[in-house]
Design a protein around this ligand. Structure first.
Ligand SMILES: [Zn+2]
Length: 418
């Protein structure tokens, strides 16, 4: 009896202790963002070694350059390892918590209305989609692209304006964003684009809207996005329970195409690229893939990520080119040129991730291209600095993306894709 009581008391204490820790938004106080330069193999080894030592919330290796976020208690050992490996490390951001604090204060909401001067959590984004579908009943409807581990829906908006000839089957365009939870600018840009399609007076934009049957999903990893907004800014994965003490898989390494072959790990505790226990182990990717496969007449698939500022064409895990690679590059170039006219911003690419970024298997874009044969498939990496983008400048990327999509479909039409 005493033992039972003791166990009960300690487990209650543990529960409340865990709850009080989890209730807090992780501050990242004193975390340093380093840029490491030198031998690419040594950089990869350094990142691997740090990942074995502790949870590393952010790392990114691209050739002779690597970025890594280091907790204060790991700074000494990290700098020692950098020296031993003959690498050079510079501190890019001295205290990552200041970025997080600036996001909290810089985000301005306009009363209860949805706006593009603030970042909104899942419930608000879904409310926005519901309101839009109510105010445009003839041309829009809510669509459910799938389910999540925590029981949410993957909610999207279908925009399909009535056409004169009702038997017309318009080409379908599918847009996904927010598959990586911490890339906040992507859901914001996608709702901005929805708003442009529905309210713009620009005849090019209204023509773009009317030509297609749009299926647009601002946040396809809503559990992860909510967690990133409320608990851990650097969260990227889903929130499924992967093992006794680690959570989530990378939903863009979990699709059933060359699963786990490149740029993914089988370590469930890895903060970034755990591919899941098997292909489509995550309910989000499995159900979303079923939705996409059910779409007839799918012409184009577009995924939004941040913040490498490049345009990617399939495949992400191979230097092999698709049979319409040259067309995709030509269309992509026009798209980027349209975007450049807005803010003068140059994007890298169009190119395959394997050639311009790094090889990564199990991504949504590759699966769509390979399994469904969708002709026009792109991943846009938007702009930003370590996933941070000021809320008051969301419109800047929103306008850029709107123009990029106008350019994309203009050139696709020129080449006879529709
Ligand atoms: Zn991403």
């Amino acid at each position: 009896m005493f033992l039972l009581h003791f166990l009960l008391v300690t487990s209650v204490l543990q529960l409340s202790y865990t709850a009080s820790i989890q209730d807090e938004y992780k501050t990242y106080k004193g975390y340093k963002l380093y840029r490491v330069v030198g031998d690419s193999q040594e950089i990869l080894k350094l990142i691997k070694m740090m990942n074995q030592l502790a949870e590393i919330p952010f790392y990114d290796a691209r050739g002779a350059r690597g970025d890594i976020l280091i907790a204060p208690e790991l700074v000494q050992i990290f700098e020692e390892r950098v020296r031993l490996a003959n690498l050079q490390a510079n501190v890019e951001i001295g205290d990552y918590s200041e970025i997080i604090r600036s996001e909290k204060t810089g985000s301005r909401r306009k009363g209860s209305d949805f706006s593009w001067t603030a970042y909104y959590d899942v419930d608000d984004i879904y409310k926005y989609l519901q309101n839009v579908s109510k105010s445009h009943p003839d041309s829009t409807e809510l669509v459910v692209g799938g389910q999540t581990y925590e029981g949410r829906q993957i909610l999207g908006l279908r925009i399909n304006t009535p056409s004169e000839n009702k038997s017309d089957n318009k080409p379908v365009v599918f847009i996904e964003s927010g598959i990586h939870a911490r890339e906040w600018i992507t859901p914001a840009t996608t709702t901005y684009f929805i708003n442009e399609l529905l309210t713009s007076n620009n005849p090019d934009v209204t023509a773009l809207r009317d030509q297609f049957d749009w299926h647009i999903f601002p946040t396809v990893n809503p559990d992860g996005y909510h967690y990133s907004m409320t608990r851990d800014r650097m969260w990227r994965k889903t929130r499924s329970k992967s093992s006794t003490y680690c959570y989530g898989a990378d939903p863009n390494r979990n699709w059933d195409h060359n699963w786990l072959q490149h740029g993914a790990t089988n370590n469930p505790c890895d903060y970034q690229t755990y591919g899941g226990s098997k292909p489509f182990s995550e309910v989000e990717t499995r159900t979303l893939s079923e939705y996409i496969a059910s779409l007839e007449n799918l012409l184009a698939y577009v995924a939004f990520h941040s913040d490498a500022q490049i345009l990617l064409v399939p495949y992400s895990d191979s230097v092999e080119h698709t049979d319409n690679y040259d067309d995709l590059v030509q269309i992509g170039k026009t798209s980027l040129e349209y975007g450049r006219q807005v803010n003068g911003e140059e994007y890298g690419g169009p190119a395959t991730a394997a050639e311009i970024l790094y090889k990564a298997s199990g991504g949504s874009m590759d699966w769509v291209r390979e399994k469904l044969g969708t002709p026009i498939v792109y991943t846009y990496e938007l702009r930003g600095s370590y996933f941070h983008w000021p809320a008051e400048k969301i419109n800047e990327q929103g306008d850029e993306v709107t123009q990029m999509l106008l350019g994309l479909f203009k050139e696709a039409k020129n080449l006879g894709y529709y």
